[in-house]
Design a protein around this ligand. Structure first.
Ligand SMILES: [Fe+2]
Length: 399
């Protein structure tokens, strides 16, 4: 079955893997930190290349594995623009589309559970005969293999996060929730989708797996047949306890699941420098002013290949001849003025390690940005397809 539905029992969260049958390019919706290994195993088992990690909102009940998946697979991170998830280079607005192979999902902005919440609508393009839930996935063993849908109409899917649940909807009493907005999102956006659209919820607490727009429109006890005022009154009187992990989960999710110090570096200095960080973390530090991003490539590389706006240029070596820059020590100390952390960027992460070690020997706190600006070469020795700043979709310019 495509999408592949996976379950996290601790938070009752559903994660979905969608993929293009031919190219095997994939997109994952709402991945859960504790299930990282399982999700990596499913991707491998299905022979998929992960292109996107996406979130329906900044969750309060679990922490995402988006940044870790992005680092391990080279996928790009996308998140709703209204959710303050600054680590995601792709910020999603209503109507935006994310492409994986020949497939695409469309973003539906559905505020209410949170102001930034979105759903993802997928008109699946390809139908393959005889497809089944892959053996060994959580749901295959839990619920038994499911046959693929029979008709063309069954290929419409919507991933609703906490906006619409099976016989329910997300709460609206915290995190910028608004019951009137949720009413409009449900009745004017989701219930306007074709009735055969399969609804894949962000959670279920009773082991149910899917529903449809037709079923929810006519039977959902929260919303079916209710006026706006009735719905708002009902939502305002739910009196639910706060989610257990809200204080920890929301801030962590606004960093795509990266821990405060990224889980890299500082606690465990790597061989003579402060540590390695993924490009997304360096971009977050650059955006917040927490660190100075130092480009240690040559003047020629910045000029011809491209550069990161806001980065400070301190070459480690210079062309022609790639001789060590005699002014490096002085320039790197000036860049770190006031005790700022440094995040060092080169082409693919080799010179930046050497430069980070030298900066550390000078008493500075210097991190290496994994993959550099262009990333590692692929099978054809081409850069830019595997890892690094540009591959992560982070901002850069060319003169
Ligand atoms: Fe939520």
């Amino acid at each position: 079955m495509n999408p592949t539905q996976l379950f996290d029992p601790a938070s009752s969260t559903y994660t979905y893997i969608l993929y293009d049958e031919r190219s095997r390019e994939a997109l994952i919706v709402d991945p859960v930190e504790e299930q990282l290994e399982r999700d990596m195993a499913v991707l491998t088992q299905l022979g998929l290349t992960l292109r996107w990690t996406v979130e329906t909102h900044a969750h309060a009940d679990h922490v995402t594995s988006a940044a870790k998946l992005a680092e391990l697979t080279g996928a790009r991170m996308a998140a709703p623009s209204g959710c303050d998830i600054g680590t995601a280079a792709t910020q999603l607005g209503d109507g935006d589309e994310l492409v994986f192979g020949a497939e695409r999902v469309r973003v539906l902005h559905t505020p209410g559970h949170t102001a930034g919440s979105v759903c993802f609508y997928w008109e699946r393009a390809h139908i393959v005969e005889g497809e089944q839930t892959p053996a060994g996935t959580a749901l295959a063993s839990k619920f038994g293999p499911e046959s693929r849908p029979e008709s063309r109409q069954d290929t419409l899917h919507v991933f609703t996060g906490d906006t619409l649940l099976i016989g329910g909807c997300g709460r609206t009493d915290f995190q910028s929730g608004d019951p009137a907005k949720l009413y409009r999102s449900l009745t004017e956006v989701l219930f306007k989708l074709p009735e055969t659209t399969i609804v894949w919820p962000g959670h279920d607490y009773k082991e149910r797996t899917q529903t449809s727009i037709a079923v929810e429109k006519s039977t959902n006890p929260r919303i079916a047949g209710k006026t706006l005022d009735e719905f708002v009154a009902l939502m305002n009187n739910l009196n639910l306890p706060p989610p257990k992990r809200i204080d920890e989960a929301v801030p962590a999710n606004q960093r795509s699941g990266l821990s405060q110090e990224a889980g890299y570096g500082q606690a465990n200095p790597v061989d003579g420098y402060a540590g390695d960080i993924p490009p997304q973390k360096a971009y977050e530090w650059l955006s917040t002013g927490e660190a100075v991003l130092v480009d240690v490539r040559t003047d020629a590389e910045r000029e011809w290949v491209g550069f990161v706006p806001g980065a400070v240029a301190v070459a480690w070596k210079q062309w022609p001849g790639m001789a060590l820059n005699p002014d490096f020590d002085q320039a790197i100390q000036a860049a770190a003025a006031g005790g700022k952390k440094l995040a060092l960027l080169c082409r693919s992460g080799v010179r930046s390690v050497a430069a980070a070690k030298r900066a550390s020997a000078l008493g500075l706190t210097a991190f290496n940005i994994l993959g550099g600006f262009e990333g590692d070469p692929d099978d054809q020795a081409h850069r830019g397809h595997k890892s690094g700043w540009r591959h992560a979709g982070l901002p850069w310019k060319q003169n």
